[in-house]
Design a protein around this ligand. Structure first.
Ligand SMILES: Cc1ncc(C[n+]2csc(CCOP(=O)(O)OP(=O)(O)O)c2C)c(N)n1
Ligand code: SF4
Length: 287
């Protein structure tokens, strides 16, 4: 498969210069690297600018409610083991509205890859603060500046035992496509938080701001992503220097392993025509 096979006919509705373009390119490059056919790939999203990304790739797509991409993605993967399931979501969608689903799907550890387009703002609804907006940042709603501490998604994911925790930068599409490829190859829940400038509503965390700060953690050969304490320290770094790369990796049993599903046929291939559930249904229906 080459990149042109993934071209969708939908017109792209993002602002010129939006960081989401780099993420879209990186996703396409990663899909060509893993060499799967579009019919074997499912993108799942909720609501927001980031959630539009699957419309711009010619693959299967499920577009659900705000914050509710993860349960749909986990369900699809459990039903069809052969699918490569990728979620694209915003920082509001995943860490705000969908926060509870994130916690419990990290615990569940179904083999899906979650790409969070983290522009530290609500883009689609025109710039209200999200859970990752920097303290003190002024918006049209938070007129005196954000008063809440921002959420630290990478530290949180490591603390919860997520097996693959990474941070990419949308302007470094090559590096990001490597991270997405590794995330897809990783067996289990993979979280890739992506720094994504929103040129319209986040006037602080701009391309210029990131260019001075981001550095690649894996360029240092002594960095060991399996060292949880070191990974936690890296994840906590934010300010003058911001690490990108594979921050933490740990092989662990997936939900599918625990349920013995990897040894069986995919659920969607099971023959259900002779299954009679009328007795079970009867127990739930008043006579
Ligand atoms: C339950 C619910 N609450 C609020 C909204 C309104 N809403 C739509 S998109 C959005 C923000 C999206 O921000 P984010 O997830 O960060 O994605 P971005 O647009 O920045 O990519 C909100 C609050 C909604 N659609 N549903
Ligand atoms: S509002 Fe921000 S996130 Fe949305 S398309 Fe424009 S630049 Fe991108």
């Amino acid at each position: 498969m080459n990149i042109n096979d993934l071209k969708s006919n939908d017109e792209i509705a993002w602002c010129p210069g939006c960081g989401d373009f780099g993420i879209l390119n990186a996703c396409k490059k990663a899909l060509t690297a893993i060499n799967k056919q579009p019919k074997d790939i499912l993108f799942v999203s909720g609501i927001g600018q980031a959630a539009k990304l699957p419309h711009y790739i010619r693959c299967n797509c499920f577009n659900g409610l705000h914050g509710r991409a993860l349960p749909a993605a986990a369900g699809a993967k459990i039903a069809n083991n052969n699918l490569t399931v990728i979620v694209t979501t915003g920082d509001g969608d995943c860490y705000g509205e969908g926060g509870n689903h994130l916690l419990h799907n990290i615990r569940r550890n179904v083999d899906i890859t979650v790409i969070v387009c983290n522009n530290q703002i609500y883009g689609l609804t025109k710039g209200q603060a999200s859970p990752t907006t920097d303290l003190g940042y002024e918006t049209k709603v938070q007129v005196d500046g954000v008063v809440l501490e921002p959420l630290h998604p990478l530290e949180m994911a490591i603390a919860l035992g997520c097996g693959f925790v990474a941070r990419g930068y949308s302007a470094d599409s090559e590096h990001l496509s490597w991270l997405i490829t590794e995330g897809i190859k990783h067996k289990g829940f993979s979280l890739i938080d992506v720094l994504q400038p929103c040129v319209s509503f986040n006037k602080k965390n701009t391309y210029e701001w990131y260019a001075k700060r981001v550095y690649k953690v894996n360029a240092d050969a002594s960095y060991n992503p399996q060292d949880k304490a070191a990974a936690y320290q890296k994840a906590a770094q934010w300010g003058e220097k911001i690490p990108i790369g594979l921050i933490y990796r740990q092989e662990k049993e997936t939900y599918e392993d625990r349920r013995g599903m990897n040894r069986k046929n995919s659920l969607i291939n099971e023959d259900i025509k002779d299954i009679d559930i009328s007795k079970e249904l009867g127990e739930f229906i008043y006579p």
